[in-house]
Design a protein around this ligand. Structure first.
Ligand SMILES: C[S@@+](CC[C@H](N)C(=O)[O-])C[C@H]1O[C@@H](n2cnc3c(N)ncnc32)[C@H](O)[C@@H]1O
Length: 263
């Protein structure tokens, strides 16, 4: 992936933690100065969840996990509207403390706050209906991301899903940001890691209406391999095309060129 992440992962993690320790615990801080995209982001995510819950075998609505939660933006504006309880995992203790305040009356829906890096975090077995992972996996090495996804897989209940929402490069190469010690991956690499984690990617949807100049952002619905959850959703979505930025896994496999073109 890169000299920094592969040969010295602990330095990569330390630099990442140092970077975030200097960032204010605000919406703007969480979104790199783009607090104004939060509403659009949440709107796109809500649409995806509504479609997921309209499928024949939807996940339950008992418990979700917000990974790399920061001050709890996603928990507050998205997950608490869909789930009885939401747990947060975030490595920065200041963000966790702020999350407790930021959550306001929604805090009664928060279960556990875990202050730990995702590279060291193990979700409780079969606890979660949904695990949301957004704008954080660039801080994990390829190997640690794969292992983390495996542990998340084990953290899912029946019909549970993982949703990964992440920036994707258009260069088809890994791009390293030395400033915040993170990488942005191309689509093919993320798919490779997902596959190695024994997960199947049942739907990939592009987030629309973000300002030009930002990375393209994709939402991946992932489920354990061999499971039958979401099958009906796949069939529905297979009929959609890349025109609206929505593709199914099968369509993606059949039209991988188109997928890359749309990046
Ligand atoms: C770009 S912010 C996104 C926050 C939140 N997901 C959102 O979309 O509002 C990235 C977050 O990931 C956290 N983070 C960075 N590296 C991490 C790691 N290795 N484990 C857990 N969290 C991490 C940062 O502290 C920060 O809160």
């Amino acid at each position: 992936m890169s000299e920094v992440t592969d040969s010295n992962p602990s330095l990569f993690y330390q630099n990442g933690a140092n970077y975030w320790s200097e960032i204010p615990a605000t919406l703007d801080g969480m979104l790199g100065g783009f607090a104004n995209i939060s509403l659009t982001d949440i709107k796109g995510s809500k649409l995806l969840l509504k479609q997921l819950f309209n499928s024949k075998k939807p996940p339950g609505r008992t418990c979700a996990l917000d990974c790399g939660a920061g001050i709890g933006r996603i928990t507050k504006f998205l997950l608490t509207d869909f789930f009885e309880t939401v747990d947060l995992v975030e490595q920065n203790a200041t963000f966790i403390e702020q999350a407790k305040r930021y959550m306001g009356h929604k805090s009664n829906k928060v279960g556990c706050y875990y202050t730990v890096g995702l590279q060291d975090f193990e979700p409780e077995s079969h606890k979660y209906d949904l695990i949301w992972i957004q704008w954080v996996v660039g801080h994990l090495t390829n190997e640690d991301l794969m292992e983390f996804l495996k542990r998340c897989r084990n953290g899912l209940k029946e019909n549970g899903v993982i949703i990964l929402k992440e920036n994707i490069t258009s260069s088809n190469e890994v791009e390293l940001d030395r400033n915040d010690s993170s990488v942005t991956r191309p689509m093919y690499l993320l798919r490779e890691i997902i596959k190695k984690a024994d997960l199947e990617c049942y739907r990939v949807t592009k987030q629309h209406d973000f300002p030009k100049g930002l990375y393209s952002v994709y939402m991946f619905i992932l489920k354990p391999k061999m499971s039958e959850i979401c099958d009906e959703l796949v069939c529905q979505e297979a009929e959609q095309t890349c025109d609206n930025g929505t593709i199914s896994e099968q369509a993606a496999l059949d039209n991988s060129e188109e997928v890359h073109k749309s990046l």
